[in-house]
Design a protein around this ligand. Structure first.
Ligand code: ARG
Length: 477
């Protein structure tokens, strides 16, 4: 058993492991390869480098301002941090696994660059409040960037909606043709969904924008720090109220992931419609060559792979939210190393959603809507049956429920003749309801139907034009 374990263990061993000089004071030697494999986070948390440096700068300036460290040491630390920043930008910074994570990698390098003064930077600070601060800053930055990318997709949807304000297509319920709508109206529905996604992110941002820095390990510190100073320097609204909460709160990441999961679900619905509409059966949409793929065996194929993948990737983002919820569930206060596992789900969800937004924006910008096919289908499936019922209510004063029955009988006759409602002879309609006159023809036909839907939020082309303008004002300015 032990021998078997040692053989298997080799896969994690890449030579003797150096002792961690940051916390290794009371330890005998280096850690096992397995220990490093599970513990080291630099491979992914190096993505926090900019936030880590920003946090250290703010902390250092505050320590100097409060007289906790000397001005000369402060200067040296700030210069060293600048070198670290430059090395990372130039790709020469040594990211080393023996220093575990980004925080200790930066500090270890700082010591090599400036000597002992580096050791003063960690006064009145712990990696617990440091990582809580860095990660919050990272999520805040990612959130701000995503706001712009969602807006870019909204801009494309609005432009295409304006172009197709009067293009008639079938609207669906149960994926059955229900009533005619305009393509512009349909596209603007997604603009609303994305607007709510932006609202959710903005709400999360407001709650997350408090600084954990100065919570130290969990209990605060005996040094006379100024938490307002660091909070302000890092663009936070204020310091968090409670140091225990400060180091153990990951709500900000959960809220962010929840907003991303809902956004990913929205994108997957859009993607699913692209997939459906590209099929021969629908034929509503043709993706540009740059967003289509071929088949290696069937030369005639033109596949919407990007849309299918956007549809699929919602699974990952939902998984990322779940992963972090489960990490946090039942975790005692305050910090537990479990919380190091908060980063990969957030990074993955961010990258995935960023890519999906770009794919949707690109596909829709370049897609060719086949309005002839849409219009032809809009007339199918007795899509104007509700218009006929509404006419019976308006023109003949029938209660809607009775009108519904009359239209049911008329639809049955049209079905028997294999024609649409607008092609059914008037006499056939009058056989069901003798008071029907030929003015009924003005409401039948898909174009008449959409033109009549002028209620607020309805699909009429004039509404869509106004709604698109309004959407520009609400979302793009
Ligand atoms: N790499 C750690 C993380 O991401 C940093 C905090 C470690 N704190 C500690 N007390 N071990 O969570």
């Amino acid at each position: 058993m032990a021998a078997h374990f040692r053989t298997r263990q080799r896969q994690w061993d890449d030579g003797p492991v150096a002792k961690n000089t940051m916390w290794g004071g009371r330890f005998g030697g280096g850690t096992s390869g397995v220990m490093d494999a599970i513990n080291v986070s630099i491979d992914f948390d190096r993505r926090l480098h900019a936030q880590d440096i920003a946090g250290s700068r703010a902390h250092c300036r505050m320590l100097v301002a409060q007289g906790i460290i000397g001005a000369a040491d402060g200067e040296r630390i700030l210069e060293g941090l600048e070198t670290v920043e430059r090395e990372i930008a130039e790709g020469t910074f040594p990211f080393r696994r023996e220093f575990e994570d980004i925080h200790m990698n930066v500090e270890a390098r700082l010591r090599e660059l400036i000597g002992d003064a580096a050791g003063r930077l960690h006064t009145a600070r712990s990696r617990n409040d440091q990582v809580a601060t860095d990660f919050r800053l990272w999520v805040r930055d990612a959130l701000d960037r995503l706001q712009g990318e969602i807006t870019a997709l909204q801009a494309v949807l609005i432009a295409r909606a304006e172009e197709h304000a009067a293009s008639v297509m079938p609207g669906f319920t149960h994926l059955q043709i229900a009533q005619p709508v305009t393509l512009g109206h349909h596209l603007l529905a997604y603009v609303e969904m994305l607007g709510r996604d932006r609202g959710r992110l903005a709400d999360a941002r407001e709650r997350m924008n408090v600084s954990p820095l100065g919570s130290a390990a969990l209990a605060g510190t005996s040094f006379p720090i100024d938490r307002r100073h660091t909070a302000e320097a890092l663009g936070f609204d204020r310091p968090c109220e409670n140091s225990i909460d400060g180091v153990s709160d990951r709500d900000f990441a959960l809220e962010y992931l929840a907003a991303l999961a809902i956004l990913a679900v929205h994108l997957s619905r859009l993607a699913e419609e692209i997939v459906l509409w590209c099929s021969d059966q629908f034929g509503f949409l043709r993706l540009a060559d740059e967003y289509s793929t071929g088949s290696s065996i069937m030369p005639q194929k033109r596949n919407p792979d990007a849309a299918e993948l956007v549809r699929a990737k919602a699974g990952r983002v939902i998984g990322d939210l779940n992963a972090l919820l489960v990490v946090m569930k039942g975790l005692p206060l305050t910090y537990g190393k479990d919380m190091q596992d908060d980063k990969e789900p957030v990074f993955e969800a961010t990258d995935t959603v960023t890519l999906c937004l770009a794919a949707c924006t690109g596909m829709l910008e370049s897609a060719n809507f086949r309005t002839d096919r849409m219009l032809a289908d809009a007339a199918k499936g007795f899509a104007t049956a509700t218009d006929l019922a509404d006419w019976l209510v308006r023109a003949l004063g029938l209660p809607f429920r009775d009108a519904h029955h009359v239209v049911g009988a008329i639809v049955k006759r049209a079905e028997g003749r294999g024609c649409g409602l607008e092609d059914l002879p008037l006499a056939e309609m009058q056989a069901v309801e003798p008071r029907i006159t030929e003015t009924v023809l003005t409401v039948l036909g898909a174009e008449n139907s959409v033109r009549s839907r002028t209620s607020f939020g309805g699909t009429a082309p004039e509404n869509v034009r106004k709604a698109a303008l309004e959407a520009r004002r609400r979302f793009l300015t």
